[in-house]
Design a protein around this ligand. Structure first.
Ligand SMILES: Cc1cc2nc3c(=O)[nH]c(=O)nc-3n(C[C@H](O)[C@H](O)[C@H](O)COP(=O)(O)O)c2cc1C
Length: 181
């Protein structure tokens, strides 16, 4: 494990789809799950994580999850207990809060992975029942995201992003001004 400057880790963050053949040791997968679980969550007891390193399940994932376009040797499946979420957050919480906290978990994973030479790919292009069946989620567990995990060869920092995020200043449509003169 190496220590990383947070700003540097954010700058270098990227999705990976090609991984080395090296298996990810279980203690490291456990550390990844820890990093995901340390992200902000609206309430406790809602988030579940299935850590997958069985090559047969990963091979099946490549067959049945259209977005799983990767040779990753491991994946984490993040799911929401909808019954518990409804009890403690109400219907709006189920739709909004649980989506926010799973996004926060993915952000942690993308940054923390870099401390161990790992990379990830956040993947949601699939049908929920396929993920349910793949890892045996009970009916009250909603599959939110599959995160491919594996070792990556050192790569240069990503090229400037193609995605842009418009900024507004105080009101929508007013360009952000750096100087307050
Ligand atoms: C919610 C979400 C869903 C995504 N689903 C997929 C997917 O199904 N398959 C995939 O290969 N990448 C997926 N990605 C990765 C994006 O394609 C990737 O983030 C985007 O191309 C920008 O690349 P970068 O993150 O490396 O900057 C997803 C990303 C997010 C945030």
């Amino acid at each position: 494990m190496v220590s990383l400057d947070v700003e540097d880790a954010i700058r270098r963050r990227r999705m990976h789809r090609e991984f080395t053949d090296d298996p990810v040791p279980r203690p490291l997968l456990r550390r990844m799950a820890w990093a995901a679980a340390r992200a902000q969550q609206a309430r406790s007891g809602i988030r579940h994580i299935v850590i997958v390193d069985d090559p047969r399940i990963l091979a099946a994932a490549r067959q049945v999850l259209p977005g799983f376009l990767t040779n990753a040797p491991a994946m984490l499946v993040l799911g929401t207990d909808l019954e518990r979420a409804k009890q403690v957050l109400g219907p709006k919480g189920v739709e909004v809060a649980t989506r926010i906290d799973v996004g926060a978990a993915c952000a942690h994973l993308a940054l923390f992975a870099q401390t161990a030479g790992l990379g990830i790919c956040t993947i949601t292009s699939w049908a929920e029942p396929a993920v349910q069946t793949l890892v045996g989620l009970p009916p009250q567990l909603r599959a939110d995201v599959t995160v491919a995990v594996g070792f990556v060869t050192p790569t240069p920092p990503p090229a400037p992003r193609g995605f842009t995020t418009p900024l507004h200043h105080n009101r929508f449509g007013i360009d952000w001004e750096e100087s307050d003169d």
